[in-house]
Design a protein around this ligand. Structure first.
Ligand SMILES: Nc1nc2c(c(=O)[nH]1)N[C@H]1C(S)=C(S)[C@@H](COP(=O)(O)OP(=O)(O)OC[C@H]3O[C@@H](n4cnc5c(N)ncnc54)[C@H](O)[C@@H]3O)O[C@H]1N2
Ligand code: MOO
Length: 406
């Protein structure tokens, strides 16, 4: 039988307590190993981060071409064209995307042309088909002048050697398309982080199973899993562990090949907060407790060389701490913040930096009515977290910094 531990554990001397949010962010970033590079095909690249800058290998467009379906002509020939006095040109050929016109466009001449087709030598302007009247074989009347602005020039978008994307850029769909347009068939991306996930607590139950009073569904693991996937990480799901020191130690021992272990629960001040005990007594602790609300009891440490971030069990706390510490470390990006006007006062949390759940009302942000860390609906309903620093006073009408929730 596991002995019941004392309420307070003896604290080793060499770790930080009550660190600031910024210190905690830096420590979590430092707890990850160096990133590695791998090459992926464009179809595998969505959501990944570039490991190196990407230069264009080709020009886009690859030729000077038409932006419209119509005719290509010499602008000077068509200046006088109008609906009342159309200008008639002789059609000497056709230019299609992939099948350019071989000859040259002379005075009084034009070629039929389609969007993306190369502009033939001699021509410098386009008149769209809506402004044309075809006169039997070989002749066309223009109801407006042909425009040079409907020509897309060689390399307008980018030229060979231009930097298209910086190292570290997250590959959105538009950026994957840009990389392909720039001539890349393989992209250097950062290796995916492999993050293990473990929920702790005797009271945790699988989704949908019968629930006795005091029991709770293991919702944190599903929220955290989604956040990890959203950050492009690979999830090693370790399920649930009971409140039992020996069992917990065995589960930690068995984690293989992860860059980071995220746990939820068991890090606060209770007798059965065994994640805290294990790391304090038998592992290493970098910090325990952040001057932060929610998420104060968060613990960062190591277990046999494995970095472990112990998130608090309270449902809001675990997900908020992820947003503040884990997302920036995994993505290498700063917090997604903005400034908004407060539509009502926000309190501070003493010496702690508070992140209150906020709802948008007519362009202003107001506090969600229930701010307890157990009210998971606050996080689901809110659009932003409102940062209030220690002793900061926020009155209605003041600007506040907010963090967008995904
Ligand atoms: N005397 C003190 N008590 C507490 C303090 C404190 O400073 N002094 N800090 C409070 C704060 S703040 C938080 S946050 C919690 C964190 O506690 P633990 O990390 O030890 O979490 P548990 O006690 O295991 O659980 C707390 C709460 O969350 C529920 N829970 C746990 N895991 C899950 C899960 N996977 N899915 C859904 N819900 C979960 C659990 O049932 C509890 O209700 O400590 C305060 N106490
Ligand atoms: O920090 Mo606890 O996370 O406030 O409930």
């Amino acid at each position: 039988m596991t002995p019941v531990p004392a309420d307070s554990v003896p604290l080793p001397a060499d770790f930080a307590q009550f660190v600031t949010l910024e210190e905690a962010q830096a420590a979590v970033r430092a707890a990850l190993p160096g990133p590695g590079t791998e090459w992926v095909a464009p179809e595998e690249a969505f959501g990944r981060r570039l490991a190196a800058p990407l230069q264009a290998k080709v020009a886009h467009p690859s030729a000077t071409e038409s932006a419209l379906d119509g005719i290509a002509a010499r602008a000077a020939d068509t200046q006088a064209a109008s609906a009342q006095a159309p200008v008639t040109l002789r059609i000497v050929g056709e230019s299609r995307a992939g099948q350019p016109f071989a000859g040259e466009v002379g005075p009084g001449e034009c070629v039929r042309i389609y969007t993306g087709a190369p502009l033939p030598p001699g021509a410098d302007a386009i008149c769209p088909v809506e402004q044309l009247e075809f006169r039997g074989e070989g002749e066309v009347s223009l109801l407006t002048p042909a425009r040079t602005t409907d020509v897309r020039h060689l390399g307008d978008d980018f030229a060979p050697g231009d930097e298209l994307l910086a190292a570290g850029t997250r590959l959105t769909p538009a950026r994957v398309a840009l990389a392909v347009a720039g001539g890349h068939a393989q992209l250097p991306v950062l290796r995916r982080w492999r993050v293990a996930l473990l929920s702790t607590g005797d009271e945790l139950k699988a989704p949908g199973s019968p629930l006795a009073p005091g029991e709770v569904y293991d919702s944190n693991r599903y929220g955290l899993r989604g956040l990890l996937l959203d950050c492009g990480a690979e999830v090693l799901d370790l399920g649930r562990a009971p409140d039992d020191v020996a069992e917990l130690a065995a589960r930690l021992d068995a984690v293989g090949g992860a860059d980071l272990l995220l746990t939820s629960g068991g890090v606060s001040m209770g007798r059965y907060d065994f994640m805290r005990d294990l790391l304090l007594e038998r592992g290493e602790v970098t910090f325990w407790k952040i001057r932060l609300r929610p998420g104060g009891p968060t613990l960062l440490g190591r277990w046999n060389g494995l970095s472990v971030l112990g998130l608090p069990g309270n449902p809001v706390s675990s997900l908020v701490v992820f947003e503040l510490l884990v997302r920036p470390a995994l993505t290498g990006e700063g917090l997604r913040t903005a400034r908004l006007r407060a539509g009502a006062p926000f309190g501070h949390a003493g010496q702690k930096t508070a992140f209150w759940r906020g709802e948008l009302r007519g362009g202003e942000v107001v506090p969600y009515p229930k701010q307890s860390s157990g009210v998971l609906r606050s996080l689901s309903d809110a659009q932003v977290l409102v940062r209030v620093d220690p002793a900061q006073l926020v009155a209605a009408g003041d600007e506040v910094e907010v963090l967008w929730l995904g």
